[in-house]
Design a protein around this ligand. Structure first.
Ligand code: TRP
Ligand code: SF4
Length: 328
């Protein structure tokens, strides 16, 4: 059998995982495990670029995140799962890449400009924050993947990674393949207030939420904003609850709701209850696994330790090649 092609992606441990993370990224990673040689890691150094003032909370989030990953079906038997800060080689490559990365490439990065505005309450005028994409480039190319599954917001970072790899190859000889961003279709899913689901907006439903939490949050979800009363016909096409139904509810029921909403036969309260039940049911196996792993931190530690060793081996090998290309 031909060797599987390698992909790699990372996630910053900035809080507990929510449904947006699950359906937007993780579900996709889980599917890719059979097709590719997958490297997935927790980007804890990257979390520090914006949260350097409260490093304490990051370590807790790391273990929560691994637990969530295992619970949704990422498997250390199939994939290489690891933690960035355990592989010091990323930092060495970051340093060397920083020598050859022109500052204007970083300053014109749209994600950089957006984040400075969006996270206006934090002082992000640091060297580390500007250099974020260089660290990300090091994370990626050190494993020489052909592709990087990411959301659309990360595409500029993958683009800078390609430019840095190209520049390295030009200066020191061909060593790094230029990785592609792999964009996958993901279902539409907004927070309960119809903005992007995000921890910082306080509008997210978490994998760790109890059934009661979920009922409560779903009951507060904004539906078709034009529909004030049950007797008004609704429009499922603009309703966030309906988008959730598309993920958690059977096709036949969805078709019914579509009709009954438009003809004002079903009310939003009932419709939400129905959706919340299906959502809770689909989270049930995740919740069970989560509890299992939560109670066994040593097992979680063990599961990640193999991945760390495997990643380290690959990273060390690449760094030998890098040092030799640079004659150091
Ligand atoms: N910047 C990514 C994010 O915020 C996280 C990340 C760090 C990453 N290093 C990476 C993603 C390498 C893909 C590949 O989501
Ligand atoms: Fe949305 Fe359901 Fe209300 Fe229609 S009945 S507006 S689909 S919540």
């Amino acid at each position: 059998m031909a060797e599987k092609k390698r992909i790699l992606s990372g996630m910053r441990p900035t809080g507990p995982l929510h449904l947006g993370n699950w359906h937007g990224a993780l579900a996709n990673w889980v599917k890719m495990q059979d097709k590719y040689d997958c490297f997935f890691f927790i980007a804890d150094w990257h979390a520090l670029t914006s949260d350097y003032e409260k490093p304490g909370s990051i370590s807790g989030y790391i273990y929560d995140m691994i637990t969530d990953w295992l619970s949704v079906g990422l498997s250390p038997e199939k994939s290489t799962l690891f933690i960035q800060s355990h592989i010091k080689e990323h930092a060495e490559l970051f340093l060397l890449l920083s020598m050859i990365t022109p500052v204007p490439w970083l300053e014109r990065n749209p994600t950089y400009k957006d984040q400075i505005v969006e996270l206006g309450n934090k002082d992000l005028s640091t060297f580390g924050f500007l250099g974020y994409p260089v660290l990300q480039a090091a994370d990626i190319i050190i494993y020489k993947p052909f592709g990087v599954p990411v959301g659309i917001d990360q595409v500029p970072h993958v683009e800078i990674t390609r430019e840095i790899a190209r520049r390295f190859n030009y200066l020191y000889g061909d060593l790094f393949p230029e990785p592609e961003a792999i964009l996958t279709q993901t279902p539409k899913m907004l927070g309960i207030d119809r903005r992007k689901m995000s921890k910082s907006y306080d509008n997210a439903i978490y994998l760790s939420d109890s059934p009661d939490d979920i009922f409560n949050k779903v009951s507060r979800m904004i539906t078709d904003p034009q529909r004030a009363r049950k007797s008004d016909p609704g429009d499922p096409d603009v309703c966030n609850v309906f988008d959730f139904h598309k993920i958690y509810t059977e096709k036949e029921t969805i078709d019914n709701i579509d009709k009954e909403c438009r003809s004002a036969k079903i009310g939003c309260v009932e419709c939400k209850k129905n959706m919340a039940q299906n959502l809770i049911k689909s989270l049930e196996p995740v919740r069970e696994k989560r509890e299992y792993y939560k109670a066994r931190p040593e097992l979680v530690e063990y599961k990640i330790s193999n991945g760390i060793q495997k990643a380290r081996k690959v990273a060390r090998q690449t760094m030998e090649e890098v040092r030799s290309a640079l004659k150091i």
